[in-house]
Structures are given as structure tokens and as C-alpha cells.
Design a protein around this ligand. Structure first.
Ligand code: OGA
Ligand code: NI
Length: 368
């Protein structure tokens, strides 16, 4: 690693990678060791604490679109329109009949559970490096003062295959590599089909986004939210929008944790067994010139059971300049609403700040 002396102190060279996160304690370990009360650094400011779910929010939860992926893949017009509305009004939807075999979902869940069950010393072998966000640890810790999420995670570059850094992979954990590999390939097919549909909806050919974005990269973030004695004081993952193109989330079938901000309210995304949750990331919001929304979301915890999820983020090439697509800009009716920016510069800006509850796309919005 290159070290530089700057202002009298040694700094690591930040030439590479997306950003960095300060190392903090494993939350799972705090829970394993027993604790009297939630440590101060995890107790959220009152305004950020999750309030109990209102009956209105539960009601609204039923309206989060559910899309039949098999119909979408067949080009069904009604389903395509549903997708359009889902991306415009919710930025989130669940998909059924996605074609990923239940066996593959189960193997993926079992692999993640087995990883987090490992002793801390073992997991630390795959700890995040100082200069990047791949590996085992916690993300988005940018200052010693900020409140921390009640979550441990492992992030792995999963696709394309040649971009994997297998030194972060627990290769001696039986079945882990196969399960993640198999799942990541399947889930990428799902993301590609959705992209093909979005391309048509945005006035291009099926391969429009693919041509513009190039081959999508995939980063798999596996989250472990331990149970918490005071779930009303902490958040599992703080409000944020996802930076990439699309995110496909595999969540626990019977534990509610994910919430999305809709019309100013936090709405839970109730799991549908074996369905996948999809959301629009910032890159698509920008390319669609704001028509499709990258929505703020967070995860909350509960008192009884750990919850595990896998977020597969589809990313574009670091060097690609992203901006509103020509087909989505029509001066003077729809002038460009976002500045053009190189993807890596955007992601670095996003990751360098603590998630503060604002959609990151504000960073590149053209003020009117
Ligand atoms: C994420 C995320 C939500 C969840 O990893 O970006 O939003 O329910 N996760 O785990
Ligand atoms: Ni997210």
C-alpha cells in the first residue's frame, strides 16, 4: 500500500477504489458477548429512531407493486405498464415468478447464515481493507462521531467472474462459493431482463441500456442484522438510496425489516415468500432524467430474531459518464435535470458522506 505524508500525518493513498469505511466493532459480537443496554454509539437521535408501524403504513404496504416477472419476460404489455408505474411512483417493487429456483435462494440464504455464524477470528480473515469497501465489516462509517448501524456485512464483487477478489471469499466454508456464484448469475439475468424492459419504456431498443451502460458489474452486499433489545432506539441500516443502476434484494421470508420512504412516510416492505425485491438506483434515476425514482430506504431490527439479506447491486463501469439519456431529454419540455458525471466520481461522493437521509441524487441535480 502506498503511504503519503500530508499535513504532517501519514495518509493512505486513495488513488484506487470507491472509498473507505473506518473499522468498527462487530455488532453480532456485541450481542454474542451479552450487553446490559444498547451502546451509546448505536442509539439514534430521537428524530431518526424508528417509530412503530402505523396501520396506515401497513395499509400502504399492500400497495407496493408486485410484478409477475414471467409475464414481463414475455413482453406482456399490461405487466410492462405496471413496471413503468412501479418505477415512477414507488421506485420499489417485488417480483414473483422470477425464474430463480427456490433451491438456489435457499442455498444462498444458508451460505450467508453459515458465514455469519463463523467465529469472529475466522470472519476477520476477510476483513475490509483500508482503501475499499469489499470484505467483512461495516459500511459508511466516515467519522468517529457518527451513529452506527446495528448491522454487520460482507460485500463481495461477484460479477463479472474475473473481477472477483477471492481472497475476500471464505473458500473453506463448504458450499459458500458455489451458492453465491450460482445465485449471483441468476439474479443478474433478472436485472438484465428488467433493464431490457426499462430500455423499451425509455424509448430505446431492448438493448439500449446495455449498450449505454456496458456489461453490468455486480456487488453483493450481505447484511446481518442481529436482534436488538431496544429496536426502537437503533436502525439496521440508515436511510439511503442505492448508488448503482438496479438493486435486487433477497430478504428473509418471515421477518419484516426493510422500509421505504413513500410520500413522506416509512412503509414496510412485507416479505412475500421466495419473491425478490427490486429497486431503482441513482444511476437509473439520473439516466431516466428523474422519471424513475431512486427511493430512500432503511432497515429496522427486532428483539427476537437476526435478519439476513443479500443486496445485489448492478453497477455501471467506473469510467462511464452518466447523465440523462437523449431519449429522456426533450428541451424545452423536459430539459436535463441532472449534471453529467463520471460514475466513479459520483460513487465516491456518495460513499464519502454519512448517509444522511437525503437521496444522493441531490448531489447532481441541476437547481432550477
Ligand atoms: C442495502 C439495503 C436493505 C435490507 O443493503 O443497500 O438497503 O433490507 N438493505 O437489508
Ligand atoms: Ni439499499
Amino acid at each position: 500500500m502506498d503511504l503519503k505524508v500530508e499535513n504532517g500525518c501519514i495518509k493512505e493513498d486513495k488513488g484506487l477504489g470507491w472509498g473507505k469505511s473506518l473499522p468498527v466493532q462487530s455488532v453480532q459480537e456485541i450481542v454474542r458477548n451479552g450487553y446490559q443496554s444498547v451502546p451509546e454509539r448505536y442509539i439514534q437521535e430521537i428524530k431518526d429512531r424508528p417509530s412503530s408501524i402505523s396501520s396506515e403504513s401497513l395499509q400502504a404496504s399492500l400497495q407496493i407493486p408486485i410484478i409477475d416477472f414471467s409475464l414481463l419476460a414475455k413482453g406482456d404489455e399490461h405487466e410492462t405498464r405496471k413496471l413503468d408505474l412501479a418505477c415512477k411512483e414507488w421506485g420499489f417493487f417485488q417480483i414473483r415468478n422470477h425464474g430463480v429456483q427456490v433451491k438456489i435462494l435457499q442455498k444462498m440464504k444458508a451460505a450467508m447464515a453459515a458465514f455469519f455464524e463463523l467465529p469472529l477470528m475466522e470472519k476477520k480473515k476477510y476483513a475490509m481493507g483500508a482503501n475499499d469497501l469489499e470484505g467483512y465489516g461495516q459500511a459508511y462509517v466516515v467519522s468517529e462521531e457518527q451513529k452506527l448501524d446495528w448491522c454487520d456485512l460482507v460485500a463481495l464483487k461477484t460479477l463479472p467472474l474475473e473481477q472477483r477478489n477471492l481472497n475476500f471469499w471464505p473458500l473453506n466454508l463448504p458450499g459458500f462459493k458455489e451458492a453465491v456464484e450460482e445465485y449471483s448469475i441468476e439474479v443478474q439475468k433478472v436485472a438484465e431482463e428488467i433493464n431490457a424492459n426499462l430500455s423499451i419504456l425509455m424509448g430505446m431498443e431492448r438493448d439500449g441500456l446495455k449498450r449505454y451502460q456496458g456489461e453490468l458489474k455486480q456487488l453483493m452486499r450481505m447484511n446481518y442484522y442481529p436482534p436488538c433489545s431496544s429496536p426502537d432506539l437503533v436502525v439496521g441500516v440508515s436511510p439511503h438510496s442505492d448508488g448503482g443502476s438496479l438493486t435486487v434484494l433477497l430478504q428473509d421470508d418471515d421477518i419484516i425489516g426493510l422500509q421505504i420512504k413513500h410520500k413522506g412516510e416509512w412503509i414496510p416492505v412485507k416479505p412475500i415468500p421466495n419473491a425478490l425485491v427490486v429497486n431503482i438506483g441513482d444511476a437509473i434515476e439520473i439516466m431516466s432524467n428523474g422519471v424513475y425514482k431512486s427511493i430512500e430506504h432503511r432497515a429496522i431490527t427486532n428483539e427476537k430474531k437476526a435478519r439476513i439479506s443479500a443486496a445485489a447491486f448492478a453497477h455501471v463501469d467506473d469510467e462511464l459518464e452518466i447523465g440523462p439519456l437523449d431519449s429522456m431529454v426533450d428541451d424545452p419540455h423536459r430539459p436535463p435535470m441532472y449534471k453529467k458525471i463520471k460514475y466513479i466520481d459520483y460513487i465516491r461522493q456518495v460513499l464519502a458522506r454519512k448517509m444522511d437521509g437525503k437521496a444522493h441524487t441531490d448531489l447532481v441535480k441541476i437547481q432550477t
